[in-house]
Design a protein around this ligand. Structure first.
Ligand SMILES: *Cc1c(COP(=O)(O)O)cnc(C)c1O
Length: 624
């Protein structure tokens, strides 16, 4: 029996909502629900014993492969259910994750499926040509120049099954020119259509008439004429649309499919005899929510596949055209859950408050004295009342400080006493926190300093307010008692995940001087890696891939350590030899040092330059 108490949302962190049974809570820890079920804390400890400090980025390629199979299985099921004649094929859009640790295992694990890669730039196209299994589909979207189109022709000549989706008439003209120059074999041609249907949600800019992409009806007619005129109609094989990422509602997609289905039928009637595929783009949403009733999507994969197949069948039958091959380009759905970021908590800010740090005077201001008395006499019976009083006193005392009536020592005593009272009250009320107590605690959050950069690892939180599931890796058999806000280690005040009463995060009251506490951020495998920025020069964390064998045993492979400091500086075009030379010279000329000291300092500095820039530890004992 999993020990997750699903009725206690604080303790389960909503894992039954977002975890898809890929991660489970057992024996107070979160485990990978595969093979021998290693716990994330065990994986983390192993990495740290190997000497890798700072945040860790774990990849689970079995999850990405499983997502692709789920997509294929559901489409196959829906096709059977509706006796659909067309095929199903899919590509992974590289813009969602171009990292080798993701792409290469994905292509290996899915080589038996009609599954390939989608490219939106020249560099991505080169990746698609290199890693798509020959014969499996490649699609190319995005704006293209002559050179990019030529690369597409080269791919076709290599034997690839490649479709260039044109975004505008000028691209079609370029293809026609290249076809004259390079002849066949040549790529197939897709047309991106401009729908009047738009998506909704924070990523919904890809659809609709105002969209950056796609051909209007007039342009479609023009494209058909051009193709006919140059004898290339038979190359037209696909129409494509993409209404935006993370569609939280299914209705815009249904409208888009109706629109696209009718355009498909019309183009076929106009003589596009080889047009046989509708590519519905990406947008299949991922569940990020940890809160009951706050779901990030209003449909399941089953409903999604049923709707697509049913609607396309209905339109094809009504218009008397063959049922099209269905293509998808789901990226987020395939990649998001394959990666987990694990970041150590370095400090709890109120931990610095203890009885030892009190500096009570012979004679304290009356309110400070009263706080002290509250602290001494607080009990289960009066905890609520005393907590109220303490918070009121704090307000008054801070005002007195601003007005110059109490000094800095009094203010420090106030802070310490209020924190001590909160802690004591929490302990006393642990078993029966009322709504009101919760409300108070939500006002007095603990700030957890976490060894990661939000800008590097969760850029969509920073840029779009996208929440990612977050939870501690262990202590899951104990109720967390602190409402938490998370601070990253950048010097930017945006590097914070503030406590949010609508999406509250509760964490444990741990003493990080004596025990480790790790947070896991889930579903960070889509978009975050490549969008992550090196603000404050924090780079991609150390990554590791967890591979399961047929017996269910696992190995940790492909460890790539976060870049060291010199490499980071080299990347932004510093001359690192110049940096080394200048530092060496300054040390050699430092008058305060003798020769032995110079040698020692230099040695130490070189060591630091060769390490990554994340924090090793703040106050944890040596070696942590
Ligand atoms: C971004 C993009 C996708 C992937 O979208 P997801 O929401 O990640 O599934 C698919 N197709 C095109 C054309 C895109 O631009």
């Amino acid at each position: 029996m999993p020990s997750t108490n699903l009725t206690d949302p604080r303790r389960s962190y909503g894992i039954h909502l977002w975890g898809e049974e890929n991660f489970i809570v057992e024996e107070g820890v979160i485990k990978v629900n595969h093979g021998r079920k290693p716990s994330l804390v065990e994986l983390t400890r192993t990495m740290r014993e190997e000497g890798y400090k700072g945040p860790l980025f774990f990849r689970f390629p079995h999850l990405a492969a499983q997502n692709v199979r789920m997509l294929f299985d559901h489409f196959e099921r829906a096709k059977r259910e509706f006796a659909y004649q067309g095929k199903f094929k899919a590509v992974f859009p590289l813009k969602v994750n171009q990292f080798p640790g993701f792409v290469i295992p994905l292509m290996e694990a899915t080589s038996d499926l009609e599954y390939g890669l989608e490219a939106g730039s020249k560099a991505e196209l080169i990746l698609a040509m290199t890693y798509t299994n020959l014969g499996k589909p490649i699609t190319v979207n995005g704006f293209k120049d002559r050179e990019m189109i030529s690369i597409g022709f080269l791919a076709a000549k290599m034997g690839h099954n490649i479709t260039l989706t044109i975004e505008g008439i000028n691209e079609l003209e370029l293809i026609i020119k290249e076809a004259k120059r390079l002849g066949s074999p040549m790529p197939k041609i897709g047309l991106r259509i401009r729908l009047h249907t738009g998506g909704i949600g924070i990523w919904a800019k890809s659809g609709g008439y105002g969209s950056k992409f796609g051909l209007t009806s007039t342009e479609l007619l023009e494209a058909m004429e051009l193709l006919k005129k140059h004898g290339l109609t038979e190359r037209l094989s696909m129409i494509h649309f993409h209404i935006g990422s993370q569609m939280n509602h299914i209705s815009p997609l249904k409208k888009a499919i109706r629109e696209a289905g009718n355009i498909y039928a019309e183009l076929r009637k106009m003589g596009a005899d080889n047009l046989h595929a509708i590519n519905i783009g990406g947008g299949l949403a991922v569940e990020y929510s940890q809160q009951e009733g706050r779901s990030s999507r209003n449909y399941t994969i089953e409903e999604f596949t049923n709707d697509v197949v049913f609607l396309l069948k209905e339109i094809a039958d009504a218009k008397g055209v063959r049922e099209p091959t269905i293509f998808t380009e789901s990226g987020r759905y395939v990649a998001a859950n394959h990666a987990v970021l694990v970041a150590p908590v370095l400090e709890l800010f109120s931990q610095e408050y203890s009885e030892k740090t009190l500096h009570l005077k012979e004679k304290n201001p009356p309110l400070v004295q009263e706080l002290y008395d509250l602290y001494r006499s607080i009990s289960t019976k009066n905890a609520r009342e005393y907590l109220h009083d303490a918070l009121d006193h704090m307000e008054s005392l801070l005002t007195l400080f601003d007005l110059g009536y109490i000094d800095l020592t009094d203010r420090a005593n106030t802070e310490t006493l209020v924190h001590l009272i909160i802690k004591k009250a929490l302990g006393l009320l642990r078993s029966k926190p009322s709504q009101e107590i919760k409300a108070i605690l939500d006002r007095v959050q603990e700030r957890y300093l976490v060894n990661f950069s939000l800008f590097q690892s969760l850029p969509d939180y920073w840029g779009l307010g996208q929440n990612f599931p977050v939870m501690p890796l262990d202590r899951l058999d104990q109720a967390p008692t602190r409402s938490a806000s998370l601070w990253d280690i950048t010097c930017d005040s945006d590097g914070e995940i503030a406590f949010n009463i609508d999406n509250p995060l509760y964490l444990h009251d741990v003493d990080v001087e004596t025990e480790e506490y790790f947070l896991g951020f889930f579903k960070v495998g889509a978009y975050q890696e490549i969008l992550g920025m090196r603000h404050n020069l924090f780079t991609h964390p150390t990554e590791a891939t967890i591979i399961f064998d047929a017996e269910g045993d696992y190995t940790i492979e492909n460890i790539i350590e976060a870049q060291n400091i010199l490499d980071v500086l080299d990347d932004i075009d510093y001359d690192t030899r110049e940096i080394e030379r200048r530092i060496r010279q300054m040390i050699e000329e430092a008058e305060a040092l003798d020769d032995d000291e110079r040698k020692e300092i230099l040695g130490e500095l070189y060591l630091y330059l060769s390490e990554n820039g994340y924090l090793r530890t703040i106050n944890f004992s040596e070696g942590a």
